[in-house]
Design a protein around this ligand. Sequence first.
Ligand SMILES: C[S@@+](CC[C@H](N)C(=O)[O-])C[C@H]1O[C@@H](n2cnc3c(N)ncnc32)[C@H](O)[C@@H]1O
Length: 240
Amino acid sequence: MSDAEVFAGVRLLGPPEADGEYIALSDDETVHLHEYTRIYAVPGLYEHVVQDLLRCTSPEVAAAGFLRAAERLGLDPASLTVLDVGSGTGLVGELVRGGGVARVVGVDALPAARAAALRDRPGVYADYVVGDFLRDDDALREALRPYPLGGLVSAGAFGGTHATPRALENALALLPPGAPVAFTIDERWMDVSDPEGFGAAVERLVTDGDLVVLERTRFQHRVTTSGEPIFYQLVVGRTG
Ligand SMILES: C[S@@+](CC[C@H](N)C(=O)[O-])C[C@H]1O[C@@H](n2cnc3c(N)ncnc32)[C@H](O)[C@@H]1O
């Protein structure tokens, strides 16, 4: 059966509701767009909805930004072990591996994400840990200890119902100075006037010398379920 036949009943249910966006998987089943455990359970469904129907570009933008950062810093990707935060089904890991990165270690809060990445993209990740950088999680730190992490990449995993600024700070703290970093964040959460937001967190990281920003660009992350553009920022830099 072709993908078109498998996903024939999948429809976007726009416009977004007050609590977020919804899709129909069939005439009998409606799910919230962030009901990842359900969506990841079906091979290719996340990619069909988010990449094909909602035209999400964040994985490509983040991976390309990461590879540019490595190049600007004079680092050979083949020498790097990179942390992919909120790795989902493994799109970003696959892209940075395709760009020559030696090893990628994935981290996602959901066991279903790990299962989907290992099922759909076997061999992409050197390891894929279920964990959450939000908490000062000793188990996660322990699981990552064997890996000489030398960079961080993350697409669409920070902000809103996803990981918080604290999670970004905790993840960056695992890297040595001079490590390339690239992540994408909804521009609404980059407003510096919000002390709890990512804009303030990035400013803090820069002021404290923990992050040097090399690029900061606005791009269309995807469209909503009713076709309106959603803009994100790509932050590319190096740890201080
Ligand atoms: C929109 S998906 C993006 C997945 C992948 N990066 C991509 O671009 O295809 C966001 C992912 O971030 C994960 N996530 C959300 N909050 C997290 C947290 N605090 N720690 C780790 N992963 C988290 C979710 O479980 C989900 O798999």
